[in-house]
Design a protein around this ligand. Sequence first.
Ligand SMILES: [Cu+2]
Length: 118
Amino acid sequence: MKKLHFILVPAALAALITMPAVAADKPNMAGMKMDAPPATAGKAHKAKGIVNSVDIKEAKVNLSHEAIPSLNWPRMTMSFKVSDKQGLAMLKPGQHVDFELSESNKGQYVITKITPAK
Ligand SMILES: [Cu+2]
């Protein structure tokens, strides 16, 4: 009986080590199934992402966003200006968020609305 115990422990550990990698991918996959905004939705582009850092003073957020089909953008990590001051004030690193982007001028995109993901 003692011997069986020693065989089971490494197997359980191996399962624990491989699990987080799988779990970390799941939220992103689920996010991609969200209803895509219609192509005619004006200048607001809806997206999802995870907050990396927040700069209240500069009104900026750095986040890793999902692909944004309406802009033909792949997923990436980048900083955005945020005009939604109220939304910005509530953000915390690691948080999953839903946000809306608008082009302000010459390819500069500003987040006009940002909320914790539902
Ligand atoms: Cu980007």
